[in-house]
Design a protein around this ligand. Structure first.
Ligand SMILES: Nc1ncnc2c1ncn2[C@@H]1O[C@H](COP(=O)(O)OP(=O)(O)OP(=O)(O)O)[C@@H](O)[C@H]1O
Ligand SMILES: Nc1nc2c(c(=O)[nH]1)N=C(CO)CN2
Ligand SMILES: [Mg+2]
Length: 244
């Protein structure tokens, strides 16, 4: 677990009134469903020393998609609900970070392909975890203590967990797409009207975690989305220069 994570996790539990006990229960269930695999080593190989794109569902995702199509070979980590618009546009991510509340059909469509799913267990997705049985390549994560097959790379929402994952495995550069945070929820995000308030709180937590990560990571950080402290803002036209 990354140094300092526990303190941040405890303050998230307090703010959102989540139960550590339920998070732990969920984690134990995910561990019991997962098979022993070499998927962690595969994820490490995809990320280490490479430029990695992390794609979220913020408003700028619509503008990012035509740009992403130009970079077929770059390693792409999709956060949950960004998966559907990506595959609808012929972009197959290498890694999908999800707590399984994105589009279930999109997940089914690529669940038998070589993309690796990084599935997060928490107290509010216990029933969803059964979907893992149908996914070919999977690793499991938690926000509490890691154990057995379950990892904790740090991070909270699917998007920021993607960035923590890329940093954990020493990506050379990490470039954000559709990771705008702020007060506008992207149209591809699977957020019900009644969940808007909590979603905005989660986005604020995610942004603060990324600002913290920027002060400790060895990876070089960039964003094509809304500016964020610690990340160098780059226009799409400069992507070619950054990647090479
Ligand atoms: N303005 C934004 N609107 C929606 N998503 C955003 C925004 N900015 C960044 N993101 C990132 O996009 C990711 C994917 O969006 P999605 O709606 O699937 O979130 P999620 O983390 O699954 O949320 P939930 O808490 O409901 O599981 C989020 O995890 C978040 O990190
Ligand atoms: N207990 C609990 N933990 C979470 C939740 C959630 O709804 N409940 N949502 C997350 C992703 O946004 C991450 N972690
Ligand atoms: Mg999700």
């Amino acid at each position: 677990m990354i140094l300092g994570w526990k303190t941040r996790y405890l303050s998230i539990l307090k703010e959102l009134k989540y139960s550590e006990k339920k998070d732990k229960e969920s984690t134990i269930i995910l561990d019991s469903i997962l098979k022993k695999t070499k998927n962690i080593e595969k994820v490490e190989k995809l990320i280490q020393g490479n430029t990695v794109f992390v794609i979220g569902s913020g408003p700028s995702l619509s503008f990012a998609i035509p740009e992403l199509k130009k970079f077929k070979k770059s390693i792409k980590i999709a956060a949950d609900s960004s998966l559907k618009p990506l595959i609808d546009n012929g972009i197959i991510p290498d890694i999908i970070v999800t707590d399984l509340d994105g589009d279930e059909n999109a997940i089914k469509k690529i669940s038998k392909k070589k993309s690796i799913f990084v599935v997060h267990a928490h107290g509010d997705n216990i029933e969803k975890l059964q979907m893992v049985k149908k996914i070919k390549n999977c690793i499991g994560t938690t926000q509490t203590e890691p154990f057995n097959k379950i990892q904790n790379f740090g991070g909270f929402t699917d998007g920021d967990r993607g960035v923590f994952l890329a940093s954990y495995f020493d990506a050379k550069k990490i470039i954000l797409f559709g990771m705008d945070f702020g007060t506008r929820i992207g149209k591809f995000s699977n957020t019900k009207k009644s969940d808007r308030k909590i979603k905005l709180k989660k986005l604020k937590i995610a942004k603060d975690l990324l600002i913290w990560l920027s002060s400790i990571t060895k990876s070089e950080l960039f964003t094509t989305s809304m500016p964020i402290k610690g990340f160098k803002k780059i226009p799409y036209k400069d992507l070619d220069i950054i990647i090479t």
